[in-house]
Design a protein around this ligand. Sequence first.
Ligand code: TXA
Ligand code: MG
Length: 329
Amino acid sequence: MKISIDIKKAQSILRQGGLVGIPTETVYGLGADACNAEAVSKIFSVKGRPSNHPLIVHIGNIEQLNQWAIEIPDVALKLAEKFWPGPLTMVLRRHPDVSDVVTGGLDTIAIRIPDHPLTLELLKKFGGGIAAPSANRYGRISPTSAEDVYEELGNQVDIVLDGGRCIVGIESTIIDCTTNKPVILRPGKITAQQISFLFKKEIPFSTSSSVQHPGNKLSHYAPDSEIRLVRREDIVNSIERARYEGKVVGLIATSFPHILPKDLIQIPIANGKEGMAHDLYHALRESDHLGVEVLVIVMPDEDGIGHALQDRLIRASRNNLYLKFRDIN
Ligand code: TXA
Ligand code: MG
């Protein structure tokens, strides 16, 4: 694999049916020509992802939308106009020409225009759609830098475009727009409040999960360490308990009170919830590198991007300690 900024090279690899790591504002994607079923099927084998889990198709401009989707409702056009390019993925009725490999055999398709200059330039030059899930092994943490893609997938990717660290840091909001009554399927940077404000009515979250998709699985985005989600006032207790259990303990936080034990592994993240989103996956990787066994993280409140953070943290903490967290809140 080559980490590079050679857009022309990336374009020719896509044309030849190869795999390209693409930077987006959310996380890095593992991209292939969405019209080349053989190329797209490589994505599944490289990630180890079940073939019935559909992919997002990334396009370069809104005019291309009707090559991928049909019966596009007005709400979708309104959302596209407001939030694209940006961290919002829309699920629409698929165009009959779209390959089953991309949609996992569903009659719908997920589409977005990502907001990253390198990938927008690549999409413009390439002219077609790029099918891309997050560029991590199935069930693992999404990559937020070109080096992370290399760490996850190594030489199975032909080239990774190096667009630096992802600005948002967690995956896009997914909204089902197959009807004029949109429903949010995955929380993300674009919040329910923002979308509800646009339509001047409350836009709900999906309660049922008719589509089997990885973002929907309870265990996902998981590091090797065991995550314990706590309230700020419980940090010290939680660390003491993990130390008593004989574990190597790490703490992800914005600042570190001096009363903490000296051998604690401290992993700093930026301030505020936007800062946490930006740094969270990077910090989870760091904790694995440092051999942390129990990772203590303060659960953010659910306002704004906090909802998406809570969603990712709960899935990342495989053993569902959050249920206990909820009991004590
Ligand atoms: O920010 C993002 O969305 C990143 C960047 C690379 O664009 N992509 C990403 O892809 O997170 P992935 O595959 O890791 O997650 C996409 C989610 C999956 O849970 C998938 O099942 C769901 O979108 N999805 C795709 N097509 C769908 C469809 N037709 N209906 C419902 N969900 C769908
Ligand atoms: Mg993913």
